[in-house]
Design a protein around this ligand. Structure first.
Ligand code: ATR
Length: 277
């Protein structure tokens, strides 16, 4: 008797842009696992039916991406504490006995990327400046608080959206005006862009970093391009920077481990495989 192949997927709409099939494909080959990880473009009207069918078709789990990170939650039988706090999930496991389990590994990926950057990042050293208050920002804020950052200064173009996050994250979150960003830099040890500003072909996030302390760590969740104008400005001010690709690589690891039973390596080989055209 042969063991059934393990199957997993990324579900989105659209999904063609997703790098996850390349990433998991690399790990499957490297660890010689008899399994497949495929992109599934599922239209919203078929989403629930499709999700409920996937375990019956042999899928061990899925990643969910735009626009399903929030809409997956009502379908879950169990939701991890961090997914509940963030209000979104990206890693779903189908368990024979316990149904659909929804987790969010984006914040984990964000923190692992900083920890493995080689820059001796010390989250407790001082406040963090977080730019942006969307879905990605919620994952970043939750993980920064868990990592021990003493205070988060949050700024968003639409201030009211940042204000709504205060109830969720409590007293450590302080909202500041968009135009106060440059001043906040002087007091912060970690500076993060969670907006889409800086993506290829779009508007940029322009900061000078003139007031930053020398040991500040600056990171961006945008990874197309890897050297965003925001990171380039920080680097030219002599600051340590970490690009956003590592977050994508690290957030994928817990899912792979659940579905395929092997802890995958996040290393230069994986980075090169994902960056290959
Ligand atoms: P995601 O889930 O990827 O975080 P999102 O929820 O749509 O996506 O959030 C996008 C973030 O980028 C928001 O903080 C958004 O600011 P607004 O809340 O004011 O829309 C920010 N953003 C997008 N385009 C922007 C722009 N041109 N200038 C400033 N902020 C921008």
């Amino acid at each position: 008797m042969t063991t059934p192949q393990s199957l997993a997927a990324v579900v989105g709409h659209p999904v063609a842009h997703s790098l996850s099939p390349k990433l998991h494909g690399h790990w499957l080959r490297r660890h010689r696992i008899d399994g497949h990880y495929i992109p599934l473009d599922i239209a919203p009207q078929h989403f629930e039916t499709a999700i409920r069918a996937l375990p019956k078709l042999g899928f061990k789990g899925i990643n969910v991406t735009i626009p399903y990170k929030e809409t997956i939650l009502p379908l879950a039988d169990r939701i991890s504490d961090r997914a509940a706090l963030i209000g979104a999930a990206n890693t779903i496991s189908f368990r024979e006995d316990r149904g659909i389990y929804a987790d969010n590994t984006d914040g984990y990926g964000f923190i692992e990327n900083l920890r493995q950057s080689g820059h001796a990042w010390m989250p407790r050293q001082g406040p963090a400046l977080v730019v942006g208050a969307g879905g990605a920002s919620r994952a970043v804020i939750a993980s920064l608080i868990q990592a021990g950052v003493p205070e988060i200064r949050l700024t968003n173009r639409t201030r009211s959206r940042a204000e709504t996050l205060k109830d969720r994250f409590g007293a450590r979150l302080k909202v500041i005006d968009w135009h106060q960003m440059e001043d906040a830099i002087a007091e912060c040890s970690t500076i993060v862009n969670t907006t889409s500003l800086g993506m290829e072909g779009g508007p940029e996030l322009t900061l000078t970093f003139r007031k930053a302390a020398a040991d500040v760590l600056v990171t961006d969740i945008v990874y197309t391009p890897l050297d965003t104008p925001f990171l380039r400005a920080a680097a030219s001010a002599g600051l340590n920077t970490v690009d956003g690709l590592g977050m994508l690589l690290h957030q994928a690891a817990p899912g792979f481990e659940h579905w395929f039973g092997t802890t995958p390596a996040v290393d230069d080989d994986l980075r090169a495989a994902v960056l290959q055209g």
